[in-house]
Write a protein that binds this ligand. Structure first.
Ligand code: ZN
Length: 275
């Protein structure tokens, strides 16, 4: 079973996790930018973090046979802190880098006017750089948050939008929108492998993405593998599993995660497009 985890926060994981992930079949990951637990107090804190996602983290992953790509953004939570918003002026030069495959996580946390402004600005940046977007949906008031999210992303082609952290309540409206559907599988909250299989049985495997999210909270970077096993046990074929866990994320991000990137160096700082 080959696995491309489209949303996992490796910064918060140990080297043992990389080893276990490789053992479970994980060969590629996308790490979206998010908060650090401790609130940031200045723009420089983002830049050091972005540089780590482009340099140190891919190096650490490569030592365990895993390709590390990332999505960069001002996350919705910190979009509410005026000390952080200046990072929006720094983002465009980062979006040119080879291993940046999307803008994310963007979207809503508490649905404030400041979050609206950051969301809109970053959707425009994604369009300008021809990148897909990874959109976080709020954990509180999920249905209303997801509905509003779908309204805001209408300016982009739905095939370029991943709406993440879905559940049984929100999957239907995203399926109808034509956007990609993301599911974060956790050990004991929000969404588990059994419920995920039931959703795949009802909605099919097209535009479906499964991730482990694996962050600072109680989480498990092997939940993707657990979904693959649960799919097989429920009668899905190996090809179905490969579609959901490998070909779908490759198609959404527009990358071949198994191919070496020409000119990719240790720092991951090669420029992909234009200046
Ligand atoms: Zn996340």
């Amino acid at each position: 079973m080959r696995i491309f985890d489209p949303h996992v926060h490796m910064t918060s994981r140990t080297t043992d996790d990389y080893e276990r992930m490789h053992g479970a079949g994980v060969r590629a990951v996308v790490e979206p930018a998010f908060w650090l637990g401790q609130p940031r107090t200045n723009v420089g804190s983002f830049l050091d973090y972005f540089d780590a996602l482009l340099g140190w983290e891919p190096y650490r992953a490569a030592q365990h046979g895993i390709r590390h790509l990332c999505a960069l953004a001002l996350n919705p939570k910190e979009a509410n802190d005026p000390r952080c918003v200046g990072v929006l002026g720094e983002l465009p030069r980062y979006l040119l880098k080879e291993s940046v495959v999307a803008v994310g996580e963007i979207g809503y946390d508490s649905m404030t006017p400041a979050e609206d402004r950051a969301f809109e600005a970053q959707l425009a940046m994604a369009a300008e750089h021809d990148l897909p977007v990874l959109v976080h949906t709020p954990h509180r008031d999920k249905a209303a948050g997801t509905r509003r999210t779908l309204d805001v992303v209408k300016g982009l082609p739905p095939g370029r939008v991943l709406v993440d952290h879905l559940n049984e309540v929100t999957v239907g409206m995203v399926a109808d929108s034509g956007c990609w559907m993301g599911f974060s599988i956790y050990p004991d909250t929000k969404m588990d492998p059994g419920r995920m299989v039931a959703i795949l049985q009802e909605y099919g495997t097209e535009r479906m993405l499964v991730n482990s999210a694996a962050d600072w909270g109680r989480s498990d970077p092997l939940r993707t593998r657990a979904v693959g096993e649960a799919m097989l046990a429920a009668g899905f074929t190996e090809d179905d599993v490969d579609r959901v866990l490998w070909r779908n994320p490759s198609a959404f991000y527009g990358v071949d995660p198994a191919a070496p990137v020409p000119g990719d160096d240790y720092a991951g700082n090669t420029i992909r497009r234009g200046g």
